[in-house]
Design a protein around this ligand. Structure first.
Ligand code: NDP
Ligand code: 2IT
Length: 446
């Protein structure tokens, strides 16, 4: 770590005691910034980096709601408005029992750099709740979303803060949240949330965007080694929004997906994962992935609690959650001949895993670059809302593809300029940082 940056990290650790995921995210970025601070010392002036590590605003609120047995339940809601130098705060909402302030801060911090990488005018934010949607009825989900928005609406606005989905928040939840926002404010302010349904202001290709974008990014990485997805075996962890559309695009590019998972375990299908069946189980029936072999038959097996990374593959795309791929998993993947790892999730690989991939010469795409297609398409949704327009699937997907190619090239070029060709972690962190830092410098002491 650079000697100017170490005290900044020490202060972040001291001031945010116990927030391990936030520490991990900040440490990784600061470890990348040494070369840029050496070349452009002005970026370290005016406590700019210290300000970047401190959220502009952190909101925590009570979310009371009534369950189907007429019992009152209490959850905690969060919105961390991390950085608005480039545009309104932008980032998803996560509903999962593991949510706490440190998790939302790590996600908001990552989001700031990711959004900068898209080149679009969006700042960084993140929110959510420790609410567990698992096993809750539609009516309970709706009451929870309404209560959550009844507090959060006052902090939002199309020019202020624009949430979207993340783990546990998809089209259904965004609909209930938007309905309540509209009701409270008496404004049809479509640009206040993204990931909306197509009938009320959503964008085509937003549902697919994160997974599709991650695969576009990995395709560009593979091309630097003269290869592609065709005929390759891929493993995709998770079976939610990001995982499903990652699998879809891998299949379109001629790859074969051999395994996917949920938090209970993973399935391996020798004949290739049947994506229609996964969509049926996850998107429609909202069931566990353990149902898959029962419906598919002999080619598939379910391994309860196992490590999906034991399954041999050439391309691995962790698309479930943070720190789901550790050093041991990385060694196993390398031993099994993995050539590329693309992070669909936010920070799914532990620092040790990242180091192992890089030392083994595996192409490695960090989440803040590889999964930026979701938020980029959210920004395209905001553009359509602002112009009261609606683009075709093809046009929207083409724009997404161009954005992902640009992000790939800017990470690759930046890594090269700073003397670490092929290091997409360094490239993404520096390219994202420079854009936010330039804006912050221009805006005075903010
Ligand atoms: P979903 O809720 O649709 O799916 C999440 C998937 O990950 C589920 O299969 C879930 O399994 C699994 N999962 C979640 N938490 C854990 C855990 N603690 N341990 C093991 N498995 C877990 O979420 P998304 O697909 O939207 O999000 C997945 C990742 O992608 C997250 O890291 C998110 O931050 C990131 N991301 C999402 C974007 C988006 O647009 N949605 C954009 C960019 C990044 P189970 O059902 O058993 O909980
Ligand atoms: O992590 C992410 O980038 C998201 N969950 C999507 C955020 C967004 O505003 O579309």
């Amino acid at each position: 770590m650079d000697e100017k940056l170490q005290p900044i990290l020490d202060e972040v650790l001291r001031r945010n005691a116990g927030e391990e995921e936030f520490h991990q995210a900040v440490r990784e970025v600061l470890e990348s910034l040494g070369p840029v601070v050496a070349r452009h010392p002005a970026y370290a002036d005016g406590a700019l980096i210290e300000r970047l590590c401190e959220p502009e605003r952190q909101i925590i609120f009570r979310v009371p709601w009534v369950d189907d047995h007429a019992q009152v339940q209490i959850n905690r809601g969060f919105r961390v408005q991390f950085n608005s130098a480039l545009g309104p705060y932008k980032g998803g909402l996560r509903f999962h029992p593991s949510v706490n302030l440190g998790i939302i801060k790590f996600l908001g911090f990552e989001q700031t750099f990711k959004n900068a990488l898209t080149g679009l005018p969006i700042g960084g934010g993140k929110g959510g709740s420790d609410f567990n949607p698992r096993g809750r009825s539609d009516a309970e989900i709706m009451r929870f979303c309404q209560s959550f928005m009844t507090e959060m609406y006052r902090h939002l606005g199309e020019y202020t803060d624009v949430p979207a989905g993340d783990i546990g928040v998809g089209g259904r939840e965004i609909g209930y949240l938007f309905g309540q926002y509209k009701r409270i404010t008496n404004r049809y302010e479509a640009g206040v949330l993204t990931g909306k349904g197509l009938v009320y202001g959503g964008s085509r290709a937003r549902t697919e965007a994160t997974g599709f974008g991650a695969v576009f990014f990995v395709r560009q990485m593979l091309a630097t080694r003269g290869t592609d997805f065709d005929g390759k075996h891929a493993t995709v962890s998770g079976s939610g929004n990001v995982a499903i559309y990652t699998m879809e695009k891998i299949l379109q590019f001629g790859g074969k997906v051999v395994a996917c998972s949920d938090s209970g375990g993973y399935v391996v299908d020798e004949s290739g994962i049947d994506l229609d069946l996964v969509k049926q189980i996850k998107e429609i029936r909202r069931e566990r992935i353990s149902e898959y072999p029962r419906l598919k038959g002999a080619s598939a097996h379910y391994i309860e609690k196992g490590r999906i990374w034991d399954v041999p593959c050439e391309i691995a795309m962790p698309s479930a959650t943070q720190n789901e791929l550790n050093g041991k998993d990385a060694r196993q993947l390398v031993q099994n001949g993995v050539i590329a790892v693309g992070e669909g999730a936010n920070m799914p690989s532990t620092p040790e895993a990242v180091r192992i991939f890089q030392e083994a010469g595996v192409l490695f795409a960090p989440g803040k670059a590889a999964n930026a297609g979701g938020v980029a398409t959210s920004a395209l949704e905001m553009q359509q809302n602002a112009s009261r327009d609606s683009w075709s699937f093809r046009e929207t997907e083409e724009r997404l593809e161009r954005i992902m190619c640009n992000i790939h090239d800017s990470c690759a070029d930046t890594a090269e300029q700073y003397g670490s060709p092929g290091n997409y972690v360094l490239g993404a962190n520096i390219a994202g940082f420079v854009r936010v830092a330039e804006a912050m410098r221009a805006l005075g002491l903010i």
